[in-house]
Every structure is written in C-alpha cells, then in structure tokens.
Design a protein around this ligand. Structure first.
Ligand code: FAQ
Length: 331
C-alpha cells in the first residue's frame, strides 16, 4: 500500500461560549499571542492536528530530498554539485527539527515513520513529480522552495513554540535554497544557449501548477483551515498564500524571459493582484491519493532507506546499552 490515504476529520470551529473552561483559557492564551509549550494544557484535537501538520511537513522535507538527490551525481560543475549536496543535507536537517518538534507532542519518530510507510500520513504532493533535466534543479529551488518560504515564513509566528522556533532556521535556509535555484535559472534562461533556454522554459511549464498545488486545496475545499487558523497553527488561508506566491513569482519569470504557462494570467488593476488559472484539482487529488507519477518510487525509496538503516539503529541501541552498563558498573 503506497497511497496517502488518511481522510480528513475537519470539524466546525467551536465558539468561545461553547468551550469547556480549560479550552476557553487555552483559546484566550492563543488570542493574546502567547506561545503554547509542550507541557502546557492543550485540547486533544489541537495536539492531533499539530502532529498531522508537523509530521506531514517533516515527511515532506525528507521525501523532498529524493528528487534533488537524484541530480547530485549529474550536476554540471563541482560548485553546483557542492551546492546541491549542501541543499539536500539541509532538507534532512529540516526534517530532524520538525520530527523533534512533533515528538514534543507525544508521538515517537518511529510511529511517524511507520505511518508514512503505511500511507497513513501524507507528504507534499510536489515531490511526486519527476525531475527530468538539470533545469528542474533550478525550477525546484526557485518555485518549490519559493512556495515553501511563502508558506513557512508566517509559520514562524505559529502558536506552538517548538514548531515556531524550528521554522526560524528552516526559513533562513529555504530562502538561500530559493536563491540558489533562481541563480541556476538565470544562468540557463538569461545567459544560456537556446537549448538551455528551452530546458528552463520546459521546467517552468512542468513545475508551475504542481507548485501552486503545494498551498493545498482552494479555501472552499480546505477542511482544516478554519480551525487551524483559530488555533494559529496556520496563519493564512491556502488561497491567500497562493495569490501572494503568484504575485511575487510573475515578475521573477519576466526577468528570466520565461513565460508562465497560463493564458489567463493577467494583472488586475482593481484587486492589484494577478488573475490566474487554478491548478487541475482532480490531478491534485489523484497525486495525494497515491496515484501521482512518482508516489510508488518515493515511498519505495523511503521504505528501503528505513530497512537498510535497521543495522545502524540496532548498533546504536547496543552501544547505548553497553555504555549504560559500563556506567552502572563503575557505580
Ligand atoms: N500535498 O484542509 P487542508 C518543503 C492535504 S515544503 C499533500 O487545506 P491543511 C520544503 C491535507 O494534508 C512542503 N497533501 O490542509 C522543501 C489535508 O489532508 P488530511 C511542505 C496536501 O493542513 C523544498 C487535505 O489535503 N510544507 O517540503 C497538500 O490545513 C524543496 C485538505 O487540505 C508544509 O507541510 C499538499 N500540497 O493545509 C523540501 C508546510 N495540501 O491531512 C525539499 C506546513 C493539502 O486531512 C525540497 N503545512 N493537503 O488527510 C501547511 O501549511 C498545511 O498543512 C498545508 C495544507 C497548507 C500544506
């Protein structure tokens, strides 16, 4: 089973009057902008929802290593190889901070991995698309890290302390990644040969709509947004962030001399935003149900990494036990 099959359990937002006294105190703390820490009281649904979102985010970071890891051996220069290697390592670090943040909520890392491997927890839809050419490394950095930052900068102000603090360093690194990707695009699209320009355009054509999907379904179909925003687990709606991303990315594409693959894209003087075409939501649902181009391959790689790492985990446990025994023997 490789599908990401967890069904949403979003419920309506409960008003302050309907809450138990403990939940009301909790909500008022959030409304005042206080951070919630691991040992503080929290409603069970707040805890579950955070584990879901942080866990999904952590899984996205480590699954997100795969499409780029694939290009380390084929990067065109030593410098590009070193940069890409560092970026892929950074993503592992992001996964670690986020797994640690989720663990403070009472779930173990092993449990989260098990849920990922069994298709009971999701990871971002974007990583189920293949990276076919070197230009895709530019497009992933520019668009995927660009979308990630757009979503994650507000999460530095999220109500759960360990999550908010993890986001600070992650955002700094993601913005470096975004610039690295954009630099690849500059080299290829502005300064490259005709073939390189074509590759850059092709990468943009393939990654544009999947990048828009990263922000989640449209607000009308988002099950968690209302409650997550009331709890400040999310600071903006999916459509707000998607619009911000479009507005910032269109001029960047123009600078590169590339065309965004959307005939309906145009500046709206009234709203002072770009009008744009929605992604194909049927494709989005297919991808998050396990039927995207690379779902089987990505989960297969993660399961293999887990199985191949069994001896390391066993060796570390044996070493820890030996150390504890020695310490006990010394009194
Ligand atoms: N992919 O009710 P909503 C990165 C699911 S950044 C898969 O709107 P929510 C960096 C959603 O889980 C990428 N599933 O959900 C990097 C829910 O299903 P459930 C990760 C998606 O949570 C760059 C259902 O649809 N970033 O990896 C997606 O309020 C380059 C209904 O949706 C984060 O996770 C999707 N795109 O809003 C690494 C940021 N969208 O769980 C390597 C934190 C929605 O009920 C290389 N997360 N679903 O079964 C968030 O901000 C939110 O969770 C959203 C979704 C905005 C992603």
């Amino acid at each position: 089973m490789y599908a990401q099959q967890v069904k949403s359990t979003g419920k309506k937002v409960v008003s302050l009057e309907e809450m138990s006294p403990a939940d009301r105190d909790f909500q008022e703390r959030i409304n005042r902008g206080e951070k919630i820490e691991p040992k503080d009281y929290m409603p069970a649904a707040y805890r579950t929802n955070l584990i879901r979102q942080i866990g999904q985010h952590a899984h996205s970071e480590i699954v997100g290593q795969l499409p780029e890891g694939n290009w380390i051996t084929r990067a065109p220069t030593l410098e590009r190889k070193a940069n890409l290697l560092a970026k892929v390592q950074d993503e592992a670090g992001h996964g670690l901070y986020l797994y640690c943040a989720a663990e403070t909520l009472g779930v173990t890392r092993d449990e989260m991995f098990e849920m990922l491997h069994e298709g009971k927890m999701k990871y971002s839809s974007i990583f189920n698309y293949p990276t076919l050419t070197w230009a895709d490394m530019g497009a992933v950095g520019w668009l995927v890290d660009g979308a990630a930052i757009m979503n994650q900068v507000p999460l530095q102000r999220t109500s759960y302390g360990p999550y908010a603090r993890a986001m600070v360093r992650i955002c700094k690194e993601e913005s470096f990644h975004q610039r690295q990707g954009y630099h690849i695009m500059i080299k290829m699209a502005k300064e490259g040969t005709e073939d390189q320009k074509r590759m850059a355009q092709d990468a943009l054509n393939r990654f544009w709509y999947p990048a828009l999907m990263m922000f989640g379904p449209s607000d009308n179909d988002s099950v968690h947004s209302a409650q997550s925003m009331a709890w400040k687990i999310k600071m903006n709606t999916n459509d707000e962030l998607r619009q911000k991303f479009v507005d910032e990315t269109v001029p960047q594409a123009a600078y590169l001399g590339l065309t965004i693959p959307d005939e309906n894209l145009q500046w709206n003087a009234e709203t002072e935003q770009y009008d744009y075409s929605e992604p194909d939501w049927n494709e989005f649902h297919d991808v998050i149900s396990g039927n995207g181009p690379c779902n089987t391959e990505r989960l297969g790689a993660r399961r293999k990494a887990w199985d191949d790492g069994a001896w390391v985990r066993e060796a570390m446990m044996a070493h820890a036990e030996k150390k504890a025994q020695r310490k006990a023997a010394l009194g």
